[in-house]
Design a protein around this ligand. Structure first.
Ligand code: TTP
Length: 717
């Protein structure tokens, strides 16, 4: 009898793949066997009871007191999402609610997570995480794995230290480093500290151990800097690969670090419960236990690679074979920024959503938050997300036993609150159709057939905007041109999607994600414990976010080369992509001024975000002259940080046009492709040229011919 995981993955007992489906590997389950790279020095740093520490920093009087952070839903005191170490001593656990925690620890201080839009607002934690990341990234390649976890590749720093300043020649080894736990270290009667010191100073040690010793000294120093500069403590694991480092960082908490020398790996894995291993905490782990009788990672050694492949597919089989030997070739990606943004919420018990309008209401809230974060990312980091994904969890009212999952759906992401909201709703409808069947969706009773218990929207495939070679105007111009055909495509598809008759049509615009079958991980839906879903955590990070995985990351790691059509769409400024002629496209590029009255209204409804104008609104972007402060922009109010009416000065004598707070988006006049200007309507070419070459600027601008004209509402003219 196959366990659920294997059945769903189409793996039969003979090892074939049923139904012609092939198991797809995730990022961390590479097909090829990685070369054991024992000479790398990798650290995993994990903040201790992170939310609690952030709250204690905000309210120092909480320090030293048993404290926990609760979700904002106050039912039974709210569910605990983070428990401080003082509270843990009393037996307070994350699974408890506030009232229960008070029973076991009457002195406990319960702090509610900040709330915005009727849901948890995790911005403060996210920002605190960024502070830590910026410190940890000082010594090597740094990968932000989740809101409070970081991987570091310290190989180079460790090699340099070993060559120039090896531990045996150090006058003193820091106290923090001497508190390290070195796995497999034989104490032989001496004090732990003396043994650790001796291990650090061992001149005849294996080269790889020496590298780890240097890594441990560096990590201790970094942790100390984090404490000094942010007041946060963190724990760390230092090993030769990510998997082992991650395992080790949780072994001794809080504020401690653990080193895994190569010689200790076998013993460590031998007795490690299979479910403790990253990615094996869910159904794949259960399948290993149930189907193969594997209880510890070491038990996997009984199986050949072929056998594991037979049971779980090529990639997962090889991955399992590797991890049982402590092999992991995964690189530390140089990434300080999150891979995705998301916003979600769960609706438990009576809060479950049972009508499309209630779903839409919440989707609108979630999309608004997502849009704000995207704009913030765009402004601060010059990054654009390409894919919008909707995840939901649901049950059927008339068939609560049904195991069918609400399918996750995705589509190209179009910027602008209204567009994101519109697309998210379409994704929801697409998911719902599949979940309960077309007939039911179309019938009136459908409103009473399902209940949504969780909703989340996320934006992924985030890439940086190329800079340097082209002007930003050129960039958007290109986007706009391409958007024409794509927009039409989208429009057609949307029409098919929305029209009742179109319900039967396939909508290639929307992707359906399969469940964990693809990845061997938990169903990528919502955050496991908290009522409030925060989807910004890196899905690759750990067990704790297993339910929060965004499958997009497992499908492919590669980012699209440059910018893709969905972004172009978003920049077109056209409503629903209703542009068919090049001239119209140019008008879109310029804003609503040249459009029909109807289009103008639609544009305003669009809140300004989706248009190229929105980008100009960014304080970092090239700005319009002072008098071009636009009502349309003002009304949008959607920027997370941009100030629409911020002082916009005209470029002066310098060669660089930069009016924002930083110059990252400024561009050199010389770099501006003159053809861009030629593409503009003749009546405004002169004015734009005037900005770029103020000395040549026309002295007077005829009313009605200025570019400003295009951005002013009728009332302003
Ligand atoms: P964790 O790192 O899992 O836990 P922690 O930092 O609170 O404690 P530890 O010292 O044991 O690592 O989670 C990081 C933060 O993420 C946590 O402080 C609160 C938040 N979180 C949730 O909101 N819901 C959850 O279900 C989990 C697991 C964490």
């Amino acid at each position: 009898m196959l366990s659920g995981w294997r059945r769903r993955n189409g793996i039969d007992t003979e090892g074939g793949k049923r139904g012609g489906r092939e198991f797809k590997s995730s990022n961390t389950m590479p097909v090829a066997r990685p070369k054991p790279s024992d000479d790398r020095v990798i650290a995993h740093v994990d903040m201790d009871c992170f939310y609690v520490q952030v709250e204690q920093r905000k309210q120092p009087t909480l320090r030293g007191h048993p404290t926990a952070v609760v979700q904002y839903n106050s039912w039974k005191g709210g569910g605990l999402i983070a428990v401080g170490y003082e509270a843990r001593k009393y037996g307070v656990k994350r699974s408890m609610r506030g009232d229960e925690a008070k029973k076991v620890c009457p002195d406990i201080q319960l702090v509610q997570v900040p709330v915005a839009r009727g849901k948890a607002d995790l911005g403060v934690y996210r920002n605190a995480g960024s502070e830590v990341v910026s410190i940890l990234s000082r010594k090597g390649r740094c990968e932000r794995a989740s809101i409070d976890e970081v991987y570091l590749d310290l190989t180079e720093a460790a090699e340099t230290m070993l060559a120039e300043n090896p531990p045996e020649r150090l006058e003193a080894i820091s106290e923090e480093a001497l508190k390290s736990h070195v796995l497999g270290l034989h104490l032989g009667g001496a004090s732990t500290r003396d043994c650790v010191r001796a291990w650090f100073r061992m001149s005849d040690a294996d080269h790889r151990d020496k590298l780890l010793a240097c890594g441990a000294i560096i990590v201790a120093e970094l942790r100390h800097e984090v404490l000094k500069e942010t007041e946060f403590t963190c724990s760390a694991g230092i090993a030769h690969n990510k998997m082992l480092a991650k395992l080790a960082s949780g072994m001794n908490k809080p504020a401690q670090q653990t080193v895994v020398p190569l010689s200790s790996v076998e013993k460590l894995l031998e007795s490690l419960p299979i479910k403790k291993m990253k990615q094996l905490g869910g159904k794949l782990g259960t399948s290993l236990q149930v189907d193969l009788g594997v209880n510890t990672v070491g038990d996997l050694l009984r199986f050949s690679e072929e056998k594991l492949q037979e049971c779980y597919g090529i990639n997962t089989g090889t991955w399992l074979w590797n991890i049982s030997r402590g092999i992991c070739g995964e690189e530390v990606e140089g990434r300080l920024l999150p891979k995705s943004h998301g916003s979600g919420k769960t609706f438990r018990g009576p809060q479950a959503l049972k009508t499309v309008s209630s779903v839409q209401k919440w989707l609108n809230e979630l999309c608004e938050e997502l849009s704000e974060r995207l704009l913030c990312d765009l402004e601060q980091n010059k990054r654009i997300a390409h894919t919008l994904t909707l995840h939901a969890s649901a049950y059927k009212l008339n068939d609560s036993e049904s195991l069918k999952k609400f399918p996750s759906k995705s589509c190209p992401l179009r910027y602008g609150i209204a567009k994101i909201q519109e697309d998210a709703l379409k994704l929801f409808h697409a998911g719902l159709r599949e979940y309960i069947g077309i007939y039911h969706v179309r019938s009136k009773e459908c409103q009473h057939e399902w209940a949504i218990t969780g909703l989340s929207v996320s934006a992924s495939k985030i890439v940086g905007i190329p800079s340097g070679t082209h002007s930003i105007m050129k960039y958007f111009h290109n986007l706009n041109q391409t958007s024409m055909t794509t927009s039409n495509d989208i429009c057609t598809k949307d029409a098919a999607f929305l029209s009742p008759s179109g319900l039967h049509l396939a909508d290639p615009q929307i992707d359906t994600y399969e469940d964990e079958a693809r990845t061997g991980r938990e169903m990528p839906t919502l955050y496991p414990v908290a009522d409030e879903t925060e989807v910004c955590k890196d899905p690759l990070s750990s067990r704790k976010y297993a339910n929060n995985l965004d499958p997009i990351f497992f499908r492919t790691k590669e980012q699209r080369d440059g910018l893709t059509e969905d972004i172009r769409l978003s920049c077109s400024g056209s409503e629903n992509g209703l542009v068919s002629e090049p001239t119209q496209s140019k008008m879109d590029f310029l804003g609503p001024g040249l459009k029909s009255e109807k289009q103008k209204k639609k544009f305003e409804k669009e809140k300004g975000n989706s248009s190229i104008l929105r980008f100009f609104h960014s304080p970092d972007a090239y700005s319009f002259p002072e008098h071009a402060c636009l009502k349309t922009f003002q009304e949008s109010g959607a920027s997370s940080s941009g100030n629409l009416l911020q002082e916009n000065k005209q470029p002066t004598a310098g060669t660089t046009c930069s009016l924002g707070r930083n110059d990252a988006w400024s561009y050199k006049r010389d770099e501006i492709d003159p053809t861009v200007l030629n593409e503009l309507p003749p009546e405004i070419q002169a004015e734009v040229r005037g900005w770029l070459h103020p000395q040549k600027r026309a002295k007077t601008v005829k009313k009605g011919s200025s570019i400003v004209h295009y951005f002013l509402s009728k009332a302003d003219l």
